[in-house]
Design a binder for this molecule. Structure first.
Ligand code: CMP
Length: 137
């Protein structure tokens, strides 16, 4: 059935001028933009979005990174878009993410505490609906 997923172009992607490229790659795979905006996150919003990572060693650097600049938030829709976008995004670590993926082609290690990996995508139908509610309240 048709699904929706939350995609974030993180501050590194926006700062590097890759927003258009990234959205274009998702559209080119066949998914549709259902909603789109540029936003500055707040700590409160990020604590909701990343609730499952609270307490992990990278949580604070992750929040600081996500507050460092504008983010582009999008809702994409299509058949199996959650799985399809995660496949397109590639593995968490850009250094070893497969070539052909967004992270593998456009990202690398910048020597900082948090993985600056250009994009976020929801990992299940439940988290997608929850995250869409957080970013598009
Ligand atoms: P994301 O899909 O947005 O979910 C959590 C984020 O934390 C992840 O992408 C990375 O940016 C970051 N991250 C995940 N694991 C680690 C890790 N082991 N060390 C540093 N950053 C991480």
């Amino acid at each position: 059935s048709t699904e929706r997923t939350l995609v974030l172009v993180k501050p590194d992607g926006v700062a590097r001028g890759l927003t258009g490229t990234i959205l274009s790659r998702i559209e080119a795979k066949g998914y549709s933009i259902a909603d789109l905006k540029q936003v500055y996150a707040t700590r409160d919003l990020l604590e909701q979005h990343y609730a499952e990572h609270a307490g992990k060693p990278f949580f604070e650097p992750l929040v600081e990174f996500m507050l460092s600049g504008p983010i582009v938030a999008a809702v994409f829709e299509g058949q199996r878009v959650i799985e399809g976008f995660r496949s397109l995004a590639g593995a968490t670590e850009p250094t070893t993410a497969a070539p052909g993926t967004i992270r593998g082609d456009l990202g690398r290690d910048w020597g900082v505490k948090v993985q600056q990996n250009l994009v976020h995508g929801s990992d299940s139908t439940e988290s997608a609906e929850r995250e869409i509610g957080v970013w598009f309240a």
